[in-house]
Design a protein around this ligand. Structure first.
Ligand code: AMP
Ligand code: MN
Ligand code: MN
Ligand code: MN
Length: 283
């Protein structure tokens, strides 16, 4: 980018359009108040929060990057690809995301049935939908909020650990987009693809290598090194791997909610100085 390097970029977070709790304009205000000077909104598989986020960000004098976090299946796991600097009106991207969202409602119904059966409770689907607002955006986070509301767990991350992760009673296998399609849409829409929170996947070293290699061969350029869910040692590991693969490094909180997220907007370590920052690729 030709403008000065950002001091406090945050290129990953969620509004209440997906599974965050703040509206896009509240999120923009919070990012600005936390000193973020280059900000991306990256809702899951959905673009509709971007205009409001952009309007508020620009009114506050904060540089804005339109983004989205795309759900992908790779080697039998879910992988998230953050797309930055996309044209949110590009038909191929818009249609691709619409296809992904179309699978969420049936998955949510299956999750609800599994949780009702396991916990002996009723109306789980309707309860989660109250949190999501839109059946096409129903996410595990909405179920987690419902189970906290019902007193079954104290915190959303406890719900994930007990019920919503692979092997647990409320987890439902799901086929998201394939990596090749996601990269095609991102590139068609002029965006930069970034592997989100690599430290969260449960891949073997060989599977992880295969993901990075395939991602790179499909034109993927970035990887999150500093993100809310990485430990310091994970940040070091992915800093090393980003150099090894020639990836640009990204930094993003993955903030969802003041009550739930440990890492607030902009409250992250700086990127190691020897890495090429992904914002060098942004307009
Ligand atoms: P979904 O797209 O419905 O599979 O939901 C994925 C979302 O669940 C992620 O984007 C996170 O916001 C949230 N999530 C996943 N794992 C955890 C966890 N262990 N603790 C808290 N939230 C989680
Ligand atoms: Mn989320
Ligand atoms: Mn994610
Ligand atoms: Mn995220």
């Amino acid at each position: 980018m030709s403008s000065p390097s950002p001091r406090n970029p945050d290129l990953h977070c969620h509004s209440n359009v997906s599974d965050g709790t703040l509206a896009p304009d509240e999120l923009a205000r919070r990012a600005h108040a936390q000193g973020v000077d280059l900000w991306a909104l990256t809702d899951h598989d959905e673009l509709s929060g971007l205009p409001e986020a952009q309007r508020t960000a620009e009114a506050l004098g904060m540089r804005f990057v339109p983004g989205v976090e795309i759900s992908v299946s790779f080697a039998a796991q879910t992988v998230h690809i953050v797309a930055l600097d996309i044209d949110p009106t590009h038909t191929e991207l818009v249609n691709g995301l619409q296809q992904i969202r179309a699978g969420r409602d049936q998955r949510a119904r299956d999750m609800a049935a599994a949780l009702e059966n396991h916990l002996g409770i009723d109306d789980v689907y309707a309860g989660a939908l109250r949190y999501a607002g839109n059946p096409a955006l129903l996410s595990r986070t909405h179920f987690a909020r419902l189970l906290v509301e019902q007193g079954i767990c104290r915190q959303t991350h406890e719900v994930f650990g007990r019920f919503l992760t692979p092997g647990k009673p409320g987890y439902v296998e799901h086929e998201w987009a394939c990596l090749d399609d996601a990269l095609t849409w991102i590139r068609a829409a002029g965006g930069v693809a970034v592997i989100a929170h690599p430290g969260r996947y449960r891949f073997s070293a060989a599977e992880e290598w295969a993901l990075f290699d395939r991602f790179k061969s499909l034109g993927g350029q970035g990887i999150e090194v500093v993100t809310g869910s990485h430990t310091a040692s994970q940040a070091r590991k992915y800093a090393r791997l980003s150099l090894e693969f020639g990836f640009y490094a990204s930094r993003g909180s993955d903030f969802h909610s003041p009550g739930e997220s440990i890492c607030d907007l902009g409250r992250l370590a700086t990127l190691p100085a020897d890495l090429a920052p992904v914002w060098d690729l942004l307009h």
